[in-house]
Design a protein around this ligand. Structure first.
Ligand code: G4P
Length: 528
């Protein structure tokens, strides 16, 4: 098989979504442990410390709030495959960022806390997954401590998400007294043994059913009965419905003690689809072995305090990337050097010498790149637009010290380009006091923090009466502006938004004035 296709087939590119505290970070560390990217004893603990300090360098706020705001990509090998793990923000206020990350992933893992089941943010993030139509696996975590019964959790998934759960593994023992799992593919029972805080790979033992019936007499009959019941009602993995997002293969485990982590990784390798030819804006599909092209799914500045470099994260969609090649930015058609391309191997940022479809690159100082753009060589590429999320929070921003106006403007341009926040201007106050629009209010905190710390422009935010927006155009703008309770503002790129004081009023205007352009955006009133 030609090299590029063969390499693409080795790739599994996926993201983890979860409600904060369900165990995403712990699971990520354990993946690295199993992938050999963290070796030695206590590697996981060390990594955790490392992660905290590394993150704090470039996102103090993240640490202060104890949440994951920014996302990165990690690459590690498992079996003979190359796994690219994309981290997603854990907070629903950043669901638009999550969507962008999912645009670069081929599947997701949804992590649930066994004691809590589906939590509000799991649901929100799941809705983003559904919007994006990507398949997902489910990992029911923290089985080492008291939680809900397994069958109850399956019901919850089915009822809340309207997705059929199909367990790949079935737990032996209840939450809090976890012995091992039955692999429902081959019926083999694997018993786990604890290691201190799971700092090493969990020792496993395959146990024959007769032996299990004796050793784990307390739990074995229930586990086998339940698993058989699931067979009878057809709850078995079905690749077709999984790929369509209609069913989700379920794994039970405990990331902290490593129980079940290997089965989940096997699931990633066996079930997550390898990169496929991408749909392009013109409706064609770009073959995997066409010349190099990639999708920019995130732009981030300030990761390195010393340099304040600006990194565009790119998912390779076709071809072979080689460091040093001259690539083109779609929108400007300008060429730029890729001498400083980076990848994240395990926990370290390294230089990327080559990359294949499914891999993620960090392009340093690629200032012409915006989220959603294509980069390419030889054959121009353009991806379908990423849908815009409807902002529902609007605040007017003013710089506190007017002598910092220049920095204020520069910072806003940067944050807008990165997609941290949308910057809107109206005729009257324009640049002096633009309106910042967000999907979730925490975006304001990030913007305020970054304007002050990165650009030296402290700001003051004042509320506005607006609560919802739709896209509009220059033709409809004058009429909308003449109405009460509505205004029209413009973004840097010329796109226009009509802002309404209430949803009720917006619905009225939409129904009374079908001649006006008022385009709906993703997640309007739904996700955020
Ligand atoms: P997140 O990234 O999804 O927010 O979650 P994270 O991995 O940080 O885990 C949140 C807490 O849950 C951590 O405890 C972590 O140790 C714990 N945890 C994760 N997986 C398991 C599991 O399988 N079993 C149990 N019992 N706990 C688990 P913490 O007290 O907040 O932090 P730490 O002191 O352990 O570092």
């Amino acid at each position: 098989m030609p090299e590029i296709k063969a390499e693409a087939q080795r790739r599994r590119t996926f993201a983890i979504i979860s409600h904060p505290d369900a165990g995403k970070t712990t699971l990520t560390e354990k993946f690295l442990l199993y992938g050999g990217a963290l070796n030695k004893e206590a590697g996981a603990v060390k990594a955790r410390e490392g992660r905290r300090s590394a993150t704090s360098d470039w996102m103090e706020l993240e640490q202060q709030r104890g949440i994951s705001i920014t996302s990165t990509a990690l690459q590690f090998e498992y079996r003979d495959k190359v796994l690219n793990l994309l981290d997603t923000p854990g907070h629903r206020d950043f669901s638009e960022d999550t969507y962008r990350v999912l645009a670069a992933a081929d599947a997701a893992i949804m992590v649930l806390d066994a004691a809590k089941g589906i939590e509000p943010q799991t649901l929100k993030l799941f809705e983003v997954c559904r919007e994006r139509e990507i398949p997902f696996l489910t990992f029911i975590n923290k089985w080492d401590r008291p939680g809900k019964p397994a069958l109850e959790l399956l019901d919850e998934i089915e009822e809340t998400l309207v997705v059929e759960p199909t367990p790949v593994t079935w737990p032996v023992g209840i939450p809090g007294d976890f012995r091992g799992v039955i692999n429902r593919n081959d019926g083999i029972y694997t018993r786990f043994e604890r290691t201190a805080r799971g700092s090493t790979i969990a020792p496993e033992e395959e146990v024959a059913p007769e032996q299990a019936a004796v050793d784990d007499a307390e739990w074995w009959p229930q586990a086998t009965e339940e698993s058989e019941l699931l067979d009878e009602i057809g709850r078995v993995v079905d690749v077709k419905t999984f790929l369509a997002g209609e069913s989700t293969p379920v794994f039970f485990g405990s990331a902290l003690t490593n129980f079940g982590v290997r089965f989940l990784l096997d699931g990633v390798v066996d079930l997550v689809p390898s990169p496929a030819p991408r749909s392009m804006a013109d409706g064609s599909r770009r073959a995997l072995d066409d010349p190099f092209c990639g999708l920019v799914f995130k732009v981030q500045a300030g990761m390195d305090k010393a340099h304040r470099d600006r990194i565009a994260f790119v998912r390779v969609c076709s071809g072979r990337f080689e460091r040093g090649i001259t690539a083109y930015a779609e929108k400007t058609e300008k060429q730029f050097s890729t001498k400083y391309a980076q990848t994240m191997f395990g926990q370290d940022r390294g230089t990327a010498d080559e990359a294949y479809p499914g891999d993620v690159l960090g392009l340093v100082n690629a200032n012409d790149l915006r989220v959603g753009d294509a980069v390419y060589v030889d054959q121009p590429a353009s991806f379908p637009d990423l849908p815009a999320f409807a902002p529902e929070h609007f605040m007017r921003a003013r710089v506190k010290d007017t002598s910092k106006f220049k920095q204020f403007r520069k910072g806003l341009v940067q944050l807008d380009e990165e997609g941290t926040i949308q910057v809107l201007r109206d005729e009257d106050l324009g640049d002096q006091a633009p309106v910042l629009a967000a999907v979730g209010p925490m975006q304001f905190e990030v913007a305020t923090h970054r304007l002050e710390n990165e650009f030296g422009a402290a700001i003051e935010l004042t509320s506005t009466p607006y609560t919802i927006a739709r896209r509009t155009d220059a033709e409809s703008a004058p009429k909308l502006k003449s109405m009460q309770g509505v205004t029209v503002m413009e973004r840097d790129d010329g796109r226009m938004l009509a802002l309404f004081e209430s949803r009720y009023w917006m619905d009225r205007v939409v129904s009374d004035h079908p001649e006006l352009t008022l385009e709906r955006m993703v997640a309007e009133g739904g996700l955020a």
